[in-house]
Design a protein around this ligand. Structure first.
Ligand code: GLV
Ligand code: MN
Ligand code: MN
Length: 465
């Protein structure tokens, strides 16, 4: 028997109190108005089945984690690989089972739609990603996709009928693992001409082009199709993403729901140094121009420049450092670094980028190597959540008797780009010790259920607006 966390008792309790406080009406008569705050037709007024099927949601999370290129508990699921294609099939199947009509765009963003009673109105959307960086965990992104499908099930079981259509979106490649660009699907949906143009020539680490990889997964091979992914501003009246916090605050403070007010501004940079290489025994130290040591110096400079900002909110990471030819007895002739830097203050983040650039130039000069590439791959502004969505999320948490905390997202999300074309908001749930992007990532079934409840209520409210 699936373990069901009944929402009805909570909602009855909240409504009961509210009704008693307001007009002393019979608290046993419940309508959707009680929990949504917005009027709804009487025939949709049954709350008895409003519940999260926590056990099957957990089963789906576990099953999805088995589509991985590395052994459990780690998860590795990279864009357009065989495992990604299997995982996509799994998601489309679940969407279908939930009664959603499924479509995919040219790059594989997947949409599951529940048609509202007024098709003239723009839809309310929710969703996240299921790609997983190498050796990561099973909750990042996944909670926002499987949880969104479950939120639809919650609403269906409750007898709710949406006025605005509801859409669940699974975004293509939120992680930059394969082609070096984050939020590929949502960036395109938000109309990034720069990315569309770059994808003409983008290749992965094995020199496979984006378009060949896309075709191998069943999506477009024609560059001209890419602009069909762009969506008009206003295509959605709201976008809400459910996600694990990826930080420790909610767990430390014992708060079940985080309501995101803003997403920090991310940037990423690719750098390459070239030297002459040579024999590790025969070339004497004064005669070397070691591209590896230039990379090492730059990595330390990144840390220094980030710390110089004086703010705890400025961060920088050298997550990729490759040396060529990669032999113990060969002086590196080429080095490749990829640098990730973020801040909630865009200008301060830009100052760090500028300092990193100056350091790369001076290190190259000092070490007599060539700075053959300094490429800012992306330098995105931060995004703010929309007040109307914040209000809906806060009201939902309160009605569910779940305490919440307003907070910043230091990680980026597809919401950062959806905010360019739609009012946006995010719901966070606690995760164990704030762990993420590693196999120890974990959120409890109860915390996930709470997030799904808040998401379902928020979607219901926004659908009726
Ligand atoms: C998303 O995965 C991020 O790196 O913030
Ligand atoms: Mn991630
Ligand atoms: Mn994520």
């Amino acid at each position: 028997m699936p373990l069901r966390f009944s929402l009805s008792s909570l909602i009855v309790l909240c409504s009961f109190t509210a009704i008693l406080a307001h007009n002393n009406e019979d608290p046993t008569i419940k309508t959707m108005e009680d929990f949504s705050g917005y009027p709804i037709h009487e025939s949709h007024s049954h709350l008895s089945s409003l519940s999260v099927d926590a056990q099957s949601l957990q089963k789906q999370i576990d099953e999805l984690s088995s589509f991985s290129d590395t052994p459990a508990p780690s998860v590795t699921r990279v864009l357009y690989t065989e495992k990604d294609v299997l995982a996509r099939r799994f998601i489309k199947n679940l969407m279908g089972l939930s009664g959603l009509s499924v479509r995919e765009d040219a790059v594989g963003n997947i949409f599951g739609r529940w048609e509202g009673s007024n098709p003239e109105l723009s839809a309310v959307a929710t969703g996240s990603h299921i790609d997983a960086i190498p050796y990561s965990g099973k909750y990042d992104g996944v909670v926002g996709v499987l949880g969104a499908i479950e939120a639809i099930n919650v609403l269906t079981r409750s007898g709710f009928k949406p006025k605005r259509s509801l859409e669940v979106i699974m975004f293509t490649s939120e992680e930059p693992t394969r082609f070096g660009i984050s939020c590929l699907g949502s960036r395109l949906m938000a109309g990034s001409e720069t990315l569309a143009e770059a994808l003409k020539t983008t290749v992965d680490g094995q020199n496979i082009s984006f378009l060949d990889a896309s075709q191998s997964a069943g999506y477009t091979k024609d560059h001209n199709d890419i602009s069909s992914v762009f969506l008009k501003k206003g295509s959605y009246s709201a976008f809400v993403e459910l996600h694990i916090e990826q930080g420790p605050l909610l767990e430390e403070e014992g708060i079940p729901i985080g309501i995101v007010t803003a997403i920090a501004a991310p940037a990423s940079i690719k750098v390459e140094f070239q030297g002459n290489g040579g024999h590790a025994g025969a070339v004497l130290m004064p005669n070397r121009n070691d591209a590896g040591l230039a990379a090492a110096e730059l990595a330390l400079a990144v840390e220094r420049h980030v710390l110089e900002s004086g703010s705890i909110d400025t961060v920088g990471t050298v997550g990729i450092l490759e040396l060529h030819p990669g032999a113990i007895n060969s002086i590196p002739s080429k080095s490749h670094l990829e640098i990730d830097t973020r801040d909630i203050d865009e200008e301060r983040r830009n100052t760090v980028i500028e300092k990193i650039h100056q350091s790369a130039i001076s290190i190259a000069r000092k070490r007599r190597v060539t700075l053959s590439e300094f490429k800012i791959v992306n330098q995105d502004p931060p995004a703010l959540s929309e007040k109307s969505i914040l209000d809906a999320m806060v009201a939902s948490s309160k009605e569910l008797n779940l305490t919440h905390k307003l907070m910043i997202s230091r990680a980026y999300h597809d919401s950062l780009f959806m905010a360019r074309i739609s009012p946006m908001g995010m719901i966070f749930i606690p995760c164990y010790k704030g762990y993420s992007h590693k196999p120890e990532e974990y959120s409890s079934t109860e915390d996930i259920s709470n997030g799904v409840k808040v998401l379902a209520l928020t979607l219901a409210k926004l659908s009726l607006q």
